[in-house]
Design a protein around this ligand. Structure first.
Ligand SMILES: Cc1ncc(COP(=O)(O)O)c(C=O)c1O
Ligand SMILES: N[C@@H](CCCC[NH3+])C(=O)O
Length: 417
């Protein structure tokens, strides 16, 4: 388990100190605790009996080794691109265990998914449904589909990660859904199996989830009256984690609440798509202080990880706890902005933090396991960090640090000498 001993001011992941990880692999570095990921997965599983299914949202952390770990737990997967499907298959997952979400799936992606035998395509618009029919017809297969409905529930989360309100681009509005279900029911190469929704991410209470679920069960009733029998209902992901010291989402309350609602629908298999809640707290981003700098009464810790490595603070003003690694308690904290090397004022990891830091020290950014590496880029032609998986007192490189050569691979000069 990830364990932080504040008294010693010494930070460890499982049984390896963060300082040792940094020494062995360099910084910046993403480190993940294998046993924390497994514990998070089992926390969901224990309240989620068969035949209901969990489909891990690959976008949260798509490293092959992590997918492989979850394949071994019998996980299904929620993907949003052909690339993510490739990852799942490469990690040993079966296409049958995969649901495919996303608002703008290309013909190429749909073809690939159907050729591989995808479990379900979560359709986000009437136009996409027509395209799937065409692709399935050309391949002479039946496409298993669910229609994503927008239940218009306020998830009370950051506007950039709320997805279930009328104003969002996702899904089909509840009021417009019936004719699209009718159409799907009648199309020759569509096998309509379900309905799905996803109201947003980082949701901290069961209320909005259960509201959405009730609306979805109501839809199942309405469809049944029209002679359309669904067999699966996918209620998406969005389970919040405690970046800050707030009351955690009660997963048991939500899942048992759902199972209660589902009692009257024994023919329906429920799916959930947790991403963040499986990997966020299992990951640290370890970074080194390159310099300290004071200007205009402000202090900066200039670190070697930037917004290209960890975008969440810049994009959502997301707050991640930052801890000074291996410091004794004798020197005093400074008030610093922890900022990265990218040439953008918005490149920061944390503002106004009380940290006991000096040049060369290590800092650890907590809860970096979800939407950390997966949202990283090569902006400023910066090499992305390595990823390591820690298991007890062992650690494994699960992605090599990029090299400068990697950064120019695939590009072409117009004139070569
Ligand atoms: C359709 C869908 N499913 C699942 C997820 C995973 O969400 P989270 O990581 O918040 O559990 C997302 C992301 O918000 C999503 O868009
Ligand atoms: N990327 C977001 C979550 C969005 C989930 C995708 N629908 C985050 O870092 O919080």
């Amino acid at each position: 388990m990830m364990h932080i001993d504040f008294y010693q001011q010494q930070l460890t992941m499982e049984r390896i100190s963060v300082a040792d990880l940094a020494k062995q692999y360099g910084t910046p570095l993403y480190a993940y605790s294998k046993n924390q990921i497994l514990a998070n997965w089992h926390r969901f599983q224990q309240y989620w009996p068969n035949p209901h299914r969990l489909c891990y949202a690959v976008k949260a952390n798509s490293n092959l080794a992590i997918l492989e770990l979850l394949v071994a737990q019998g996980a299904g997967f929620d993907i949003v691109s052909g690339g993510e499907l490739k990852r799942v298959l490469h990690a040993g997952g079966s296409a049958k265990s995969v649901v495919f979400s996303g608002v703008a799936k290309s013909t190429e992606e749909l073809t690939y998914a159907l050729e591989q035998g995808i479990g379900c395509i979560n359709v986000e618009s009437a136009a996409e449904l027509e395209r799937i029919q065409e692709v399935a017809k050309s391949l002479n297969v039946m496409a298993p589909v669910s229609l994503r409905v927008n239940p218009d529930v306020d998830a009370k989360t950051h506007p950039y990660i709320a997805t279930g309100m009328k104003a969002n681009k996702f899904g089909i509005a509840m009021d417009d859904a019936m004719p699209v279900f009718q159409r799907a029911h009648n199309l020759s190469h569509i096998s309509l199996i379900g309905a799905d929704c996803h109201i947003g991410s980082q949701i901290m209470s069961a209320g909005p989830f259960l509201d959405a679920a009730k609306r979805m069960f109501h839809l199942v009733d309405n469809l049944q009256q029209q002679g359309i029998e669904l067999t699966h209902l996918d209620l998406g992901g969005g389970f919040g984690v405690t970046y800050e010291d707030v009351e955690p989402l009660d997963i048991q309350q939500y899942l048992t609440g759902l199972l209660d609602l589902a009692k009257e629908y024994p023919h329906i298999t429920l799916l959930l798509e947790p991403g963040r809640a499986i990997v966020a707290d299992a990951g640290l981003l370890i970074t080194k202080v390159e310099y300290l700098k004071h200007s205009n009464d402000k202090s900066f810790a200039l670190v070697d990880a930037g917004m290209n490595d960890m975008l969440r603070p810049s994009l959502y003003q997301a707050w991640h706890e930052i801890i000074a690694v291996s410091k004794d308690n004798n020197s005093t904290d400074k008030l610093v902005d922890v900022v990265g090397p990218v040439c953008e004022t918005g490149c920061f990891l944390g503002h106004a933090r009380h940290l006991n830091v000096a040049q060369g020290d290590l800092l650890a950014i907590k809860y970096a396991g979800a939407y950390g590496f997966t949202m990283s880029s090569n902006y400023n032609t910066r090499a992305r960090p390595a990823e390591v998986l820690v298991d007890g007192n062992e650690s494994f490189v699960i992605r090599e640090r990029e090299t400068f050569d990697d950064l120019i691979r695939g590009e072409r000069l117009l004139q070569r000498d």
